[in-house]
Ligand binder design. Structure first.
Ligand code: PMP
Length: 370
């Protein structure tokens, strides 16, 4: 199978697998236990935190390891809900921010609408907001938000700024992300294992009370630390970071060649937010004809894994947050597909996918004519 669904999850990086196996084999002890072998696990956990801090450009004490981005986002919004104030989020946030904001800050959520380019501008943030949470890169369309400008604007106005950078980290340079007050990341989006991620807090002494029942993570997140997962996550990010600029350049070229070939064979094709700054791996395609599930099934038969709309909720009928925000019709929603390549995706893979789209188009056109 040729895999074009990296925004849903990524294959484990071989170095991350090695790191996980070694940690599980040799350092499986409970980092809170008091004998020497456990202390060694605790030391390695601290070292992993330092290495991650280096990659994100933040202080290690600000990092809280979690089970992933969903937990990190919920924990943060739940902690904000204990104080007075309102949160501003964009209308294209992942459900783990949107639904968590609605759940934890009922009636205290301001939704900012993206413009037709799929982006938020700093002037949309008004002083009524006590906190702002805007994602760095969108999981459906790949559109990049100007998070550095947004963070600066918030800093000038004394508003704490959070960014869910789950789709950004590992694909684009992450070393400045630590300058945001709050930051979310998830290992399985960049070649790490599933079920591990992190939340960076504004202040190293800041409390977090989402998971209680133990003193781990400086009393901020109870539960035995997943050291093997954390070790594998940090290793994966070190690996992707080492080649990030070359990969981004090369993959943008391959992705653009794919789009050019697609437009030649399907001229009425539309690419969602085509001219906005986007992740190098993502293309959201609005097909001129045929239901997206038909495209997906026929491409799957030919050995290609792609997705409809947002992966996390692609099982749910008509559930694209991005298309809704952009005012797409229901019919357009039903014709939309998402292709997301990865670090290992080659020129021949992109070419084969475009060829397969062309074959499926002929196949579908014929079957509707019959
Ligand atoms: N935020 C974004 C932007 C995502 O794309 C995802 C995964 N689809 C999540 C949060 C949730 O991540 P996790 O699977 O680690 O809970």
């Amino acid at each position: 199978m040729i895999y074009f669904d990296h925004n849903a999850t990524t294959p484990l990086h071989p170095a991350a697998l090695e790191a996980w196996l070694k940690a599980t084999r040799d350092h499986w002890y409970n980092a809170s236990s008091l004998y020497r072998a456990a202390a060694a696990t605790a030391q390695r956990l601290d070292a992993a935190r330092e290495r991650l801090a280096e990659l994100l450009g933040c202080d290690a004490a600000r990092i809280v390891f979690t089970s992933g981005a969903t937990e990190a986002n919920n924990a943060l919004l739940a902690s904000w809900s204990l104080r007075e104030g309102r949160v501003a989020i964009s209308n294209i946030e992942h459900p783990s921010v949107r639904e968590a904001a609605q759940r934890w800050l009922q009636g205290r959520v301001m939704e900012l609408a993206v413009d037709s380019s799929g982006r938020i501008t700093p002037t949309q943030i008004r002083s009524e907001a006590s906190w702002v949470s805007i994602m760095a890169a969108n999981n459906e369309s790949g559109v990049l938000q100007p998070w550095e400008e947004l963070a600066n604007h918030c800093r000038q106005h004394g508003i704490p700024f959070h960014t869910d950078a789950s789709q950004w980290i590992g694909k684009l340079n992450a070393t400045a992300l630590g300058t945001c007050d709050y930051l979310t990341g998830s290992a399985h989006k960049f070649g790490g294992p599933k079920g591990v991620g992190f939340l960076v807090l504004k202040d190293e002494n800041e409390a977090l009370r989402f998971m209680v029942g133990g003193p781990q993570e400086a009393k901020r997140r109870a539960g035995t630390e997943n050291y093997p997962g954390i070790e594998a996550m940090v290793t994966a990010l070190e690996q992707t970071t080492a080649s990030i600029d070359t990969i981004a350049q090369e993959q943008t070229r391959l992705r653009d060649a794919f789009v050019a070939q697609m437009k030649l064979s399907i001229p009425e094709l539309k690419i969602v937010n085509e001219y906005s700054p986007r992740l190098w791996n993502t293309v959201m395609l609005m097909m001129p004809t045929h239901d997206n599930r038909k495209w997906l099934a026929r491409l799957s038969q030919r050995g290609f894994a792609i997705s409809t709309g947002s992966a996390c909720s692609s099982g749910a009928e008509g559930s694209s947050v991005v298309l809704t925000a952009l005012g797409a019709t229901h019919a357009e929603l039903k014709r939309t597909l998402r292709v997301s390549g990865g670090w290992e995706t080659g020129e021949s893979d992109w070419k084969a996918l475009a060829d397969a789209f062309d074959e499926v188009r002929q196949d579908l056109d014929q079957s509707t004519r019959r």
